[in-house]
Design a protein around this ligand. Structure first.
Ligand SMILES: C[S@@+](CC[C@H](N)C(=O)[O-])C[C@H]1O[C@@H](n2cnc3c(N)ncnc32)[C@H](O)[C@@H]1O
Length: 228
């Protein structure tokens, strides 16, 4: 699936506390992948880095038993409030990636993690809202850990759907997921204009060779990985 026009935005407007990531193009691309995957009432679903809870809510509306994690207390509160407003039961826990779900396994894991390549900056500048996008020099701090460890929270034949930018390396993700024993491929793509964070970082990204001189768009990809 490649989407080049505007992404369908069927998630509706989500209420968020200040500093919590509101659904954007990457959320909508992953939401489409989740719909295409098909979610049924007998499925356990985990949303890693839930933010507003948009993807967790979508899975809950499709009938699944849904859990979600986020490192940010504000995101946890936002997702809980959005679930209550929508009268959906979602177990939202604060913590690092899958850590709050230790010992549990899921049929479907979705994640839209931080993935934006990030220059070295003072620690204070990497807190707050930017925890949603800053992801280390290569943009792979969270992505690599999800690739390496998500099989531990997948049931047999469980599926991971993860979205990230092509800027942080699609082949690197596919290689790491295969190293972890998962069968994987790119199942969704969308080209979107650079948002404010990438635009502000363009001189650095160009100096790193991550963005060409005339490029004005990034490619988002959805990677599907299945535990056999
Ligand atoms: C790009 S936002 C995505 C939010 C939402 N899932 C969406 O698609 O709109 C990334 C989210 O991951 C959370 N996050 C960042 N690092 C994390 C970590 N180590 N463990 C859990 N969540 C994390 C951020 O707080 C943020 O809410």
């Amino acid at each position: 699936m490649t989407i080049t026009a505007a992404l369908p935005q069927k998630l509706g407007r989500m209420w968020t506390l200040p500093g919590v990531y509101a659904p954007q193009a990457d959320t909508h691309l992953l939401a489409q992948a989740l719909r295409d995957e098909g979610v049924t009432a007998d499925m356990d679903v985990l949303d890693i880095g839930t933010g507003s809870g948009a993807l967790a809510l979508l899975a809950a509306r499709m009938g699944a038993r849904v859990s979600a994690t986020d490192i940010s207390w504000r995101a946890v509160a936002t997702a809980r409030i959005n679930a209550a407003r929508d009268r959906q039961r979602i177990r939202v826990r604060r913590g690092d990636l899958t850590a709050p779900m230790a010992g549990r396994t899921f049929d479907l894991v979705v994640s839209n993690p931080p993935y934006v390549p990030t220059p070295l900056m003072p620690r204070a500048a990497t807190r707050g809202a930017s925890v949603a996008w800053n992801a280390g020099h290569a943009g792979r701090q969270a992505v690599d850990r999800i690739c390496a460890h998500s099989h531990q929270v997948l049931k047999a034949h469980g599926v991971l759907l993860m979205v990230h930018s092509g800027l942080c390396g699609v082949e690197a993700s596919l290689g790491r997921l295969r190293d972890a024993g998962l069968q994987c491929s790119v199942t969704g793509r969308a080209r979107v204009p650079f948002g404010p964070v990438l635009t502000e970082r363009l001189p650095w990204l160009r100096a790193q060779g991550l963005v060409g001189p005339d490029e004005e768009e990034e490619e988002l990809v959805v990677i599907r990985a299945e535990r056999s």
